[in-house]
Design a protein around this ligand. Structure first.
Ligand code: ZN
Length: 246
């Protein structure tokens, strides 16, 4: 198979101002994610909100098999035209989409889900324990049955999403809540994976299990090679002989 083309998109607003996210991710959260995916042999570029066309002109989208998405402060700054374009490319063009953490409230995720994508949250640095719920799913490949994130932001149920095609991970938080932290969807020809760990004030995107899951999700969401394009519309001539009753 030819090299997987991945675009790691990051809002990149937290890390461009002095503060904890900039201290942890001086090159942006997209940097360690992109570095890990490159180490897996993928052809990776990064794109950020404040670049021209949000870093995603047609030339980049045309050259992307899977797009990863991290946003938080500036969901509303993403142009509706770009969101419509990505939606169309997912549903009709089989562009893979991996939505991370606070990307649950991004325009593109809410558009594709059709729900509010609201949830509970709390930021006190508590422990998160991620459980593999569907060990046969490709995104769980090589992931231990359970792993800990020492300090995480609590995301809790209810998470207002449609029922996932596959629920791959569930997280437990020290404070008692649980959350569907790894959800796989199919929308039209496209595959979408949501993975919740990744709050900007903790070094979560340096943790090996988290990076491993993201790489698995990217591979899983990639378009199937040579998948036939579906055909729609009026079919005036039947394939078999039909004795008409008219
Ligand atoms: Zn967060």
């Amino acid at each position: 198979m030819s090299q997987l083309r991945v675009t790691v998109w990051n809002e990149y607003r937290h890390e461009t101002h002095p503060g904890i996210p900039a201290d942890i991710y001086p090159q942006g959260m997209h940097a360690p994610i992109a570095e890990h995916l490159r180490a897996q042999g993928m052809n990776v570029r990064t794109a950020t909100l404040d670049q021209p066309d949000h870093g995603l002109p047609d030339s980049v989208l045309d050259d992307t098999d899977v797009l990863t998405w991290w946003g938080h402060l500036a969901h509303d700054d993403v142009s509706d035209a770009l969101v419509a374009k990505i939606q169309e490319r997912v549903v009709l063009g089989a562009l893979g989409l991996v939505v991370l953490h606070s990307g649950h409230f991004s325009k593109i995720f809410k558009t594709l889900m059709g729900t509010t994508c609201n949830l509970k949250w709390r930021e006190i640095g508590e422990r998160e324990r991620v459980w593999v719920i569907d060990p046969s799913h490709p995104v769980a490949a090589g992931v231990p049955e359970t792993f800990e994130i020492p300090r995480s932001e609590m995301y809790g149920e209810r998470f207002d999403i449609p029922q996932p095609t596959s629920l791959v991970f569930v997280s437990w938080f020290q404070g008692g809540e649980v959350f569907r932290s790894g959800c796989a969807y199919e929308r039209g020809r496209g595959k979408i994976f949501y993975f919740s760990p990744g709050h900007e004030t903790y070094p979560i995107y340096y943790q090996k299990e988290v990076l491993h899951v993201i790489a698995n999700a990217v591979r899983w969401a990639a378009p199937a090679p040579d998948a036939p394009a579906p055909v729609y519309g009026h079919v005036p001539v039947p394939l078999e002989h039909v004795t008409s009753n008219e």
